[in-house]
Design a protein around this ligand. Structure first.
Ligand SMILES: [Zn+2]
Length: 342
């Protein structure tokens, strides 16, 4: 049985992987599917300053719980939430583990799912909803994250929109999260405007029914949003792009009192404080949680055709080193890459 191992930046290999020993309080999970996320690609490229190697990639994990040390555990299909709280920071000590200041991410601080087996703390796995197939079930944690982003954006919309008006949500970044957030926004009655510099991603989203898109290489985003919203600008913006300009632009397309939801990796961004103050913009940092998995499964069932297009590649482990290289060279050409570990 083999695992995909990143030995050092930009060098990945396949190697034999022995079944792990279980410590007290751990479960053994047989991995069915592992998905490659943006953090895996950053890890592979060596973008994180404190990254340790070797590291097994695979942020998204779907598997089967086989045994739990010291206790009986019924066999069940599970998802592994990608973030693990540290247990020792001020937030964790106060009982707010969802606000952990130093959460570990699977595939970055801890080994990910591209291995036949993994041992995890017994409380970590979440039972996967039954009526979603393996290839799409592995997308549930990311889908839940997109739903949470839209929920946070929507929570800020009520105060700035009259009932008779459309509510506009601008989504910066048309990767997997951005497209799913746009579809979720439309489903909840908002008008999404999706922004990305890669036209092919915008075309794909348009095929899925996202009517309003904008490419900053072709048009000024501010002008486009001004026109689409009939000069009112947007009630909320969600930034899932890592482009430092996206944060600045997002703040500029909001109407006064609008809500800006930020997530992801922003090493070079700065918030325009004057704009935030002058327009009373609400800024929210949104992180992954292990909630909304059931809602995410329902969302996937309603959008199965879209998910067929959102999964760019389904690969065996032996193809993953090459896939990592391709994705590292050209991350914007791929949506979700899934590795079949069975
Ligand atoms: Zn913590």
């Amino acid at each position: 049985m083999s695992a995909v191992v990143v030995r050092q930046p930009r060098i990945a290999d396949i190697e034999d992987y022995a079944m792990p020993e279980l410590a007290d309080g751990e479960c053994l999970v047989r991995v069915l599917r592992a998905g490659l996320g943006p953090s895996d690609i950053h890890m592979f490229r060596g973008d994180y300053a404190k990254q340790h190697f070797p590291r097994i990639p695979g942020t998204d994990v779907l598997g089967i719980v086989e045994t739990c040390a010291g206790s009986f555990s019924p066999v069940r299909r599970v998802l592994i939430p990608p973030t693990i709280s540290c247990g020792s920071c001020t937030a964790c000590l106060a009982g707010d583990e969802h606000l952990c200041l130093a959460p570990g991410l699977i595939g970055r601080e801890r080994d990910g799912g591209m291995r036949p087996w993994m041992s995890v703390p017994a409380g970590l796995p979440v039972t996967a909803p039954d009526d979603v197939g393996d290839d799409t079930a592995v997308c549930i944690p990311d889908t839940a994250f997109a739903l949470r982003l839209v929920g946070e954006a929507a929570a800020g919309i009520g105060g700035v929109t009259r009932r008779t008006e459309d509510a506009f949500l601008v989504v910066f970044g048309a990767g997997f999260l951005g497209v799913v957030a746009s579809l979720a926004a439309a489903e909840q009655g908002f008008r999404p405007i999706l922004v990305d510099v890669v036209q092919a991603r915008l075309e794909l989203a348009r095929e899925m029914g996202v009517r309003d898109t904008c490419n900053p290489l072709r048009d000024f985003v501010g002008d486009q949003v001004h026109w689409i919203t009939r000069r009112r600008y947007a009630e909320a913006a969600v930034v899932v792009s890592e482009d430092p300009e996206a944060v600045l632009t997002a703040a500029s397309v909001l109407r006064p009192g609008g809500r800006l939801c930020l997530t992801g990796h922003h090493p070079d961004s700065s918030l325009p404080a004057a704009r935030v103050v002058d327009s009373s913009i609400e800024v929210r940092g949104v992180r992954r949680t292990r909630t909304l998995y059931g809602e995410a499964a329902g969302f996937i069932r309603r959008h199965l055709t879209a998910y067929e297009s959102l999964v760019s590649l389904r690969l065996e482990p032996s193809s993953m080193p090459q896939a990592l290289e391709l994705a590292a060279e050209d991350p914007k050409s791929y949506m979700k890459i899934i590795c079949n570990m069975e």
